[in-house]
Design a protein around this ligand. Structure first.
Ligand SMILES: NCc1[nH]cc(CCC(=O)O)c1CC(=O)O
Length: 324
């Protein structure tokens, strides 16, 4: 009998994280007969700072890797071998000693509008309250619908739905990917197009990391990599890497394939109050990760230049800077 697992899989304990870890485990078992044996893999749940702090906006707790730091440590000290992450929550620079082994096939990238009373943002009356902890969502909404009010809103799906029913807010937003993965797509009142709400970098993408020197894990994970998704995420993360000085920047990007080798990238930064959005677009031939990274970097460089002296305002480092 096999008592020591061949592969320990680390994950956060939220229902979404567990659904993603189970999907990763199933994909590994399907790809590698050795891992399909009973007891070959074990799922290890790790609590992160982002899970512990529920009462404050994430942007206020500060620091990068709120949902990854404790998992990185467990990986480096050998308590787990691989870690399954929503790539949206993974800092652009991985912890020293860790590598990204694969990006699994990407889910729906859109955000969902969720309300028990209204059908869409256009339906909301003056002064309606939107619950969101995401600067990116809040800023895009305030920019487009300045008559709405945004309040901080955290917690799992059940908590948020209860707050909507209690009237704490009139509407909220969540990623379609998370709802789909939890089998709760019916909670979405309506998906929002990328034109209405540009998604977060890597939204809908799940990635798996391993220790840099763990060749066995690296090989196992290679079989799970979706190259089309990987290149899209690479472009978006390069865009973020160039722009993000803090996690207080409302920033959004979406790369999509428009032809066999043709990739379109849309990127956006906006002030936290929703004003002065700066957006850009690229359409490049992308054949390698380096091409994808170059495109993301090029798009972000343009926005850095256009923001000029106002860049700290976009980054939320100066809250009331005006006069753009
Ligand atoms: N920040 C939390 C988080 N990280 C990943 C997802 C959803 C799944 C995904 O985007 O891949 C969510 C919740 C949400 O934004 O609705």
């Amino acid at each position: 009998m096999n008592t020591t697992p061949l592969l320990k899989i680390g994950t956060r304990g939220s229902p979404l994280a567990l659904a993603q870890a189970h999907a990763a485990r199933d994909a590994l078992a399907a790809a590698h007969p050795a891992l399909a044996e009973p007891g070959a893999m074990e799922i290890v749940v790790i609590k992160t700072t982002g899970d512990s702090v529920q009462d404050r906006p994430l942007s206020e707790i500060g620091g990068k890797g709120l949902f990854t730091r404790e998992i990185d440590d467990a990986q480096l000290n050998g308590a787990i071998d691989i870690a399954v992450h929503s790539m949206k929550d993974v800092p652009t620079v991985l912890e020293d000693g860790l590598s990204l082994g694969c990006i699994m096939p990407r889910e729906d990238v859109r955000d969902a509008f969720i309300s028990t009373r209204y059908k869409s943002f256009a339906d909301l009356p003056e002064g309606a309250v939107i619950g969101s902890a995401s600067l990116r969502r809040a800023a895009q909404i305030l920019g487009r619908y300045p008559h709405l009010k945004v309040i901080n809103f955290r917690g799992n799906l059940q908590t948020r739905m209860r707050k909507l029913e209690e009237g704490v807010a009139d509407a909220t937003m969540l990623a379609m990917a998370g709802l789909n993965r939890m089998g709760m797509a019916e909670v979405a009142t309506a998906p929002m197009s990328p034109e209405e709400m540009l998604p977060a970098v890597a939204q809908g993408a799940v990635g798996i990391t391993h220790r840099e020197d763990d060749d066995r894990a690296r090989e196992w994970l290679t079989a799970l990599d979706c190259r089309d998704s990987n290149l899209r995420v690479a472009a978006e993360r390069a865009f973020l890497a160039r722009l993000d000085g803090s996690c207080r920047t409302p920033i959004a990007a979406l790369a999509e394939w428009t032809g066999k080798h043709r990739m379109r990238l849309r990127g956006l930064i906006v002030r936290p109050d929703g004003r002065d959005p700066l957006s850009t677009e690229r359409a490049w031939d992308v054949l390698t990760v380096a091409d994808a990274v170059a495109m993301g970097d090029d798009a972000a460089s343009e926005l850095v230049e256009r923001a000029g002296d106002a860049l700290p305002v976009y980054r939320g480092e100066v809250m009331h800077g005006g006069g753009l």
